[in-house]
Ligand binder design. Sequence first.
Ligand code: FAD
Length: 411
Amino acid sequence: MTETEVRERVRSLLQKIHPDDPGATAVDFRGVQFDHGLAFASYPEGLGGLGLSPKMQSIVNDELQQNAKTFYENLAINPIGIGMGAPVLLTYGKDEGKREMLRRIFTGEDIWCQLFSEPSAGSDVAGLSSRAVRNGDDWVVNGQKVWTTLAHVSKWGMLVTRTDPDVPKHDGLSYFLLDMESPGVECRPLYQITGEAEFNEVFLNDVRIPHSRMLGEEGQGWRVAITTLMNERSALGGGASRKGGGPVSLLLKLLQESKVSRSKVEQALLEDRITRLYIRAEMLRLTTLRARATQRSGNPGPEGSVGKVAQSELYQQVWETCIDVLGEDGLIYELGYELRRPGDITSLRSGNDDDETRRLQAKYQLLRSQANTIEGGTSEIMRNILGERVLGLPGEPRVDKNIAWKDVPRG
Ligand SMILES: Cc1cc2nc3c(=O)[nH]c(=O)nc-3n(C[C@H](O)[C@H](O)[C@H](O)COP(=O)(O)OP(=O)(O)OC[C@H]3O[C@@H](n4cnc5c(N)ncnc54)[C@H](O)[C@@H]3O)c2cc1C
């Protein structure tokens, strides 16, 4: 399909259903978008795609943005389901029920979460200690997960757990789709610097999972986990879709609206700093486009870590500069710190385009962006991956590589 044909297909979708149609919900619209093959353009026909090159998805999004006043953002609807669950399901899922699950991910009817990190296993997630033991046609899981974003509203969790402690850590893991409504799954909120509880502790007490819900083979969970993580990093490092878009555009608007009095020199230095950030944002956008153009199909590789580390560090600096532009007003956090669940934040992220919303967004994002260099793998871990897997530098010493997990000394 050519670019023109893809754009025509989007227009035919909008003739069938439009986000502004009376009574049409995001779920209705996105369901029809999926059926048109415009949800995941590179996926096979029937599974939400048309078998196109991955870069065609940005043509779809662009056309939707231009012609539909309401554009539903994937990352606001089901970030983990769309960014990670869908590609993992496409790669490792069994045919039975796959289409329906992918459709419900895209519409946001089923929210997904990622049950990887544990209290003593974050960067070293392969060292995790939750356990699954086979019992007839089921596995029985016990353990604790932590930092599990959206677990409290999720239908499905991507769970990595240990099924064999007698082999080295990477070889004894298996990967399951866990129905989060199963007996024995308990979520407790964790409170963040923004005042929200976006993530949770998840306790698994004798949770039964049918063997048929294992993705990949027994003991191959690490492979499936890597596919998940590569997609996560790629989703977290996508950059803005338009030149001058994303956080930098908010920074520019705040500068235009600023009433803070500055000397000529202060103003010139601030503008110089913002120009540098703008240039870096544009480099990130072009690098992402180039990476997408070379990726013909399938899952992203370690180069996704380039975008992840570049974007997370850049955006932190952009939000810090926004606060500097706001001056003293930047020190007041009107949203408050009482514990709340995300939902409020969604309206803030895609809220009104007025100066009041922009001020609040900048203040909220300065706090939220501190997590960007931790979530999905810290910047230190991203640099290790880049050094070893992209640049081919010597690896870190790994003393537990050939030892059975149960024999690795731990505190
Ligand atoms: C907002 C947010 C959402 C999250 N959502 C999820 C989720 O949905 N599901 C999930 O499973 N997890 C989630 N996480 C957890 C996240 O993946 C981990 O926090 C992250 O991988 C780091 O692990 P850790 O917190 O245990 O830190 P640690 O691994 O203990 O790291 C501590 C410090 O040591 C450094 N370090 C560790 N090892 C090395 C090394 N080999 N070389 C150099 N430096 C090193 C780290 O960079 C870091 O600075 C989330 C985290 C955040 C902040």
